[in-house]
Design a protein. Structure first.
Length: 427
């Protein structure tokens, strides 16, 4: 027997350099440089997110809001993107991430909370790009997130001073509720370096280019585009103008039954809420089942693919009148329009709504479908149930009874975020 004595550094180096070892013996994580290992995983996940958005890259138009955000990021290392729903905040953040990788060699991380951002920040890694969407709540202000930000802001600003670049996004009305809790006087950078992505800032040429890019990237037949063409200037001039509405105009899935007249096209661009409800009405039961499953999932990442149905999910499918096989096919058919697929670092693929306003529109449509609401609510986790539903005093009907469901909407010009809550019948 000849003993071989190796020091701890050799063991740490082996752990850091052999991914297979870490994968098959996860207990060794505690012996290596755990923060760096976790950061590597987060970088890979962010890279997957960027690669999964070719449409956003191909249709992106450099706007005044993007230029202001890029200058703020370059000069101060921090930017807070504010704006109404569906105006392109997340796309600007995505393009800033790509630009940061190109200009400064930044590696991107996309945390979901301030706590995760602090955990991912590595003081020994100068070129980190930390991008967090909907920092203070996705569709309404979530005080628990804002209180966490108030606690974590010193760490975030320390990361910025240390060379990290940080981008946050938030809807205007949500930030207005969050701002008093953030003590902006104590962190002037948070107050001074916000960039409002205002649709009013889009020049006429920028609007026309955005509309053109989305129509070019869409799947509308040539004859439909030809009939739309005389009315596209009016569509670009619609108030308010939303890039997401332009994207939908280029897709057949959203324009079934749309008459290519000036009135209907401008209404499509400016008033999407009722449009989305009408669109969801036109989908078949298989599509309803697929969207309900994604909406009801309690996982932050989305609905795992392929489907591995539990009893609650099977009940959702049955209640919509669909079948599991048809629902799986509908998932594939809806991907790219209503849904998007993203692959996590562990190789698991997840379905989620392509845009938050699509989820909100589906929530609005659900309030008209009493037979689906109990099933969808049952499928939520406790946290999802508390954050996605509003319990309101029910109004009595003419018969003296309360309706089965009550709903409310959040502020904003987007499709209303309607959340239904079950209420007990009143005697």
């Amino acid at each position: 027997m000849h003993p071989l004595v190796l020091d701890g550094q050799w063991l740490s180096d082996m752990i850091a350099s052999h991914r297979g070892l870490r994968m098959f013996i996860p207990r060794v994580y505690g012996l290596g440089d755990l923060p760096q290992i976790l950061d590597e995983r987060a970088y890979t996940q962010a890279l997957v997110l960027m690669k999964s958005a070719p449409e956003q890259v191909s249709t992106f138009v450099v706007t005044n809001a993007y230029r202001k955000a890029a200058r703020a990021l370059r000069d101060h290392g921090f930017v807070l993107l504010l704006g109404d729903p569906a105006v392109g905040k997340s796309v600007i953040a995505l393009m800033l991430a790509i630009s940061a990788a190109d200009n400064w060699g930044c590696v991107a991380i996309k945390p979901r909370t301030s706590d995760e951002l602090v955990q991912r920040w590595n003081p020994h890694e100068k070129n980190q790009f930390l991008w967090l969407d909907d920092a203070f709540g996705a569709v309404r202000h979530e005080a628990i997130l804002t209180h966490a930000w108030a606690r974590d802001l010193p760490h975030v600003m320390s990361a910025v001073k240390n060379g990290a670049r940080v981008v946050l996004t938030s809807r205007n009305y949500i930030y207005n509720e969050a701002r008093p809790l953030l003590k902006p006087y104590a962190y002037p950078l948070l107050h001074e370096q916000h960039v409002t992505v205002d649709v009013a800032d889009l020049g006429r040429t920028e609007r026309q280019q955005i509309l053109y890019n989305h129509l070019t990237a869409g799947d509308q037949p040539a004859d439909v585009l030809s009939r739309m063409k005389p009315h596209l200037e009016a569509a670009a001039d619609a108030e308010p103008f939303r890039p997401e509405a332009a994207r939908r105009l280029g897709l057949q899935a959203f324009t079934t039954g749309l008459s290519p007249t000036r009135k209907d096209i401008t209404s499509f661009m400016a008033q999407p809420r009722q449009l989305l409800i009408d669109v969801y009405d036109q989908l078949d039961v298989d599509a309803h089942a697929a969207l309900a499953l994604v909406y009801a999932t309690g996982q932050d990442k989305g609905l795992p693919s392929p489907l591995a149905l539990d009893p609650v999910q099977r009940d959702i499918i049955e209640r919509t009148g669909a079948a599991p096989g048809a629902t799986s096919r509908a998932m594939v058919a809806l991907t790219g329009t209503f849904l998007t697929e993203a692959t996590a670092l562990d190789g698991q693929t997840y379905w989620s709504f392509h845009h938050p306003t699509l989820r909100e529109g589906f929530a609005a449509w659900l309030t008209t479908q009493a037979h689906l609401l109990p099933i969808v609510l049952t499928g939520m986790t406790d946290r999802a149930l508390l954050s996605r539903t509003d319990c309101l005093p029910a109004q009595r009907t003419a018969s003296g009874h309360s309706p089965a469901y009550s709903a409310t909407s959040v502020p904003g010009d987007s499709p209303a975020d309607l959340r239904a809550a079950p209420t007990s019948p009143q005697p």
